[in-house]
Ligand binder design. Structure first.
Ligand code: MF3
Ligand code: CO
Ligand code: CO
Length: 270
């Protein structure tokens, strides 16, 4: 198995797919408030995708051993780590929710990105977790350049997480993406520098760390999808899709409403 290298046309198609996924997140942002349900979020996302002419990669998605995923997006609240299923339970003040969007363009390209949203005023601990997870993602992104090893990304994320007394979920990872949802390589959010494949221009993959306030262990609920922290501690995740360039990387999943990179990154990444 090999990591596909995208040509200029493929990169342009992925730039569009990932921007569209990010614009789905832009459209959700103004709606987030106490009382909104995660099913409402799913409906807002589905409406945006319909307007765009994209479709959801997650609805009906069925890897072997899993039931078909029922949502247009994943909505993961508080101690839900990932793959939370949209439901009619209202969000309440102080909740944190990850919305993870993967769209497929009419041309068959996949764009994948996720953000955290804070519902009303949140605790200092919850806000800190969301911010540090976002910074960890960007520290991973800053490691991406032609000639670097894939393992450098996970190492940077793990080192930062541990320095801040957060744990790193190991069961789920970033992934190559393009004309398939999940391609090689697996992008671990922990590891050792100088290990793994050497990055080449045109490789496209996601970086999507999941960090917990408590222990790293997770378990899957009976619905076959929802992943929660075993100790029920809060978990956060952010996700971008990037393409390796000769000098660094380009973050593809940006849009007008996407948070700007942190100041310590802005110089290093295009
Ligand atoms: N978007 C997720 C990822 O980042 C995958 C979600 S699969 C689903 O890889 F079936 F849970 F939607
Ligand atoms: Co995703
Ligand atoms: Co992903």
């Amino acid at each position: 198995m090999t990591i596909t290298i995208k040509d200029d046309a493929g990169i342009a198609a992925m730039r569009e797919a990932c921007r569209l996924a990010s614009e789905v997140l832009d459209d959700i942002a103004p709606h987030i408030k106490p009382g909104l349900t995660t099913l409402d979020i799913d409906r807002i996302a589905a409406a945006t995708m319909q307007r765009q002419g994209t479709r959801s990669a997650t609805i009906g998605y069925q890897p072997s051993g899993y039931p078909p995923y029922p949502g247009h997006v994943c909505t993961s609240v508080n101690h839900v780590v990932c793959h939370g299923i949209p439901a009619d339970k209202p969000l309440k003040k102080g909740d944190i929710v990850n919305v993870d969007v993967t769209v497929i363009t009419p041309g068959g390209w996949y764009g994948d990105t996720s953000r955290m949203y804070e519902v009303g005023e949140c605790s200092i601990a919850a806000k800190r977790l969301c911010r540090l997870t976002w910074e960890a993602m960007w520290l991973g992104i800053a490691e991406v350049k032609a000639g670097a090893h894939l393992g450098n990304i996970g190492h940077a994320i793990q080192k930062f997480a541990h320095a801040n007394h957060l744990s790193v979920v190991r069961e789920y990872c970033g992934h190559g993406i393009g004309q398939n949802f999940h391609e090689e390589p697996q992008v671990l959010h922990y590891g050792q520098p100088g290990t793994g494949p050497v990055l080449e221009p045109g490789m496209i993959f996601t970086i999507e760390p999941m960090l917990n306030l408590g222990r790293r262990e997770v378990r899957e609920l009976q619905d076959g999808w929802t992943v929660v922290t075993r100790d029920r501690s809060l978990s956060a995740q952010w996700e971008h899709t990037v393409v390796v360039t000769p000098t660094g990387c380009e973050v593809l999943s940006l849009s007008a409403g996407a948070p700007q990179p942190p100041d310590f990154i802005r110089s290093a990444v295009t």
